[in-house]
Write a protein that binds this ligand. Structure first.
Ligand SMILES: [Zn+2]
Length: 240
C-alpha cells in the first residue's frame, strides 16, 4: 500500500499550477508523493513574444520541484466544455488513478476569469468528484482575485516557497506580468498565512490556500495530520 498519496494537478496553461499550488506540490513530492501536472494547452497564444518557450519553461519548472509534466495541445484560449475535453481529462485520470486532484477554482460567473481556467476547472471537478479512487478534490487559489473563491484549507509552504519562486522564475516569457513577480508571490503567501491565523512577521511564513470540494476518508486517523508538523517560519535572507 502506498504511504504517500499520488497527486494529479489539472490546469489550463503552463504557469497556472506554479502560481497556484507549487509550494504544496513541491512539499508532497519531497515527502514521496508521485505528482503529475497535466496542462491542457501549450500557452502558445500568450501575449508574450516568447510564448513559444512556455513548454520548455514548464518542463524546467517541473524538474525543479520533482513533478512530472504532461502537456496536451488544446488550442490556447479555446478550451471548451465539450466531449473531447472530458475525454482527454478522463483518460489521464483513469490512467494515473490519483488520490488527490487539484485544479482551477471555477467561478460561477462567466467573465470572472480566463475562459480556459473556468472550463478546465469545471471539467476536472466534474470528473474527479465522481471517481471513487479520488479521495480529495481541491480548488487552488487563483493568482488574481476571482469572485466566490472562499478558501477553507490552508497549507504551510514556508519550507518550499523558495522552490516555488525558482519554478516561477523559469518563465522568462511571462516575467512582465505583475503576478509573476517574487514580491507578489510572497505577498500572497503572507496574506494566506494571515488568513490561516499563522502569520508571524518575525519569522516570515507562507501559506497556500485551497477550497475543499471533496474529501473521502476511510480512517479517522487522518485527523492526526492536523496536529503533526509545525508552523514555524523560515527567515529569508533578504540581503542575498
Ligand atoms: Zn492560465
Amino acid at each position: 500500500m502506498r504511504s504517500a498519496p499520488s497527486v494529479l494537478a489539472i490546469f489550463a496553461h503552463p504557469d497556472d499550477a506554479e502560481l497556484s499550488c507549487f509550494g504544496t506540490l513541491a512539499a508532497l513530492a519531497a515527502a514521496g508523493s508521485e505528482v503529475h501536472v497535466l496542462t491542457l494547452t501549450t500557452g502558445a497564444r500568450s501575449v508574450s513574444p516568447l510564448a513559444a518557450d512556455r513548454v520548455r519553461e514548464a518542463t524546467a519548472a517541473a524538474a525543479l520541484v520533482g513533478v512530472t509534466l504532461i502537456v496536451e495541445d488544446f488550442a490556447d484560449g479555446r478550451v471548451e466544455t465539450v466531449g473531447e475535453t472530458f475525454t482527454v481529462v478522463e483518460r489521464h485520470l483513469r490512467e494515473l488513478r490519483p488520490d488527490v486532484v487539484v485544479t482551477h477554482y471555477s467561478s460561477p460567473h462567466f467573465g470572472d476569469d480566463h475562459q480556459d481556467h473556468q472550463v478546465t476547472g469545471r471539467v476536472a471537478t466534474t470528473l474527479a468528484k465522481r471517481m471513487s479512487f479520488v479521495r480529495l478534490v481541491l480548488h487552488a487559489e487563483p493568482p488574481v482575485v476571482v469572485s466566490g473563491f472562499t478558501p477553507n484549507l490552508f497549507v504551510n509552504v514556508t519550507e518550499t516557497v523558495e522552490k516555488k519562486l525558482a519554478a516561477i522564475a523559469q518563465y522568462q516569457s511571462e516575467a512582465a506580468k505583475p503576478y509573476m513577480r517574487e514580491e507578489a508571490v510572497l505577498a500572497r503567501g503572507r496574506f494566506w498565512a494571515m488568513q490561516a491565523k499563522f502569520y508571524d512577521p518575525e519569522e516570515g511564513n507562507y501559506y497556500e490556500s485551497f477550497q475543499l470540494v471533496k474529501a473521502r476518508m476511510t480512517n479517522p486517523g487522518f485527523l492526526l495530520g492536523l496536529t503533526g508538523g509545525h508552523d514555524r517560519g523560515v527567515r529569508r535572507d533578504r540581503s542575498a
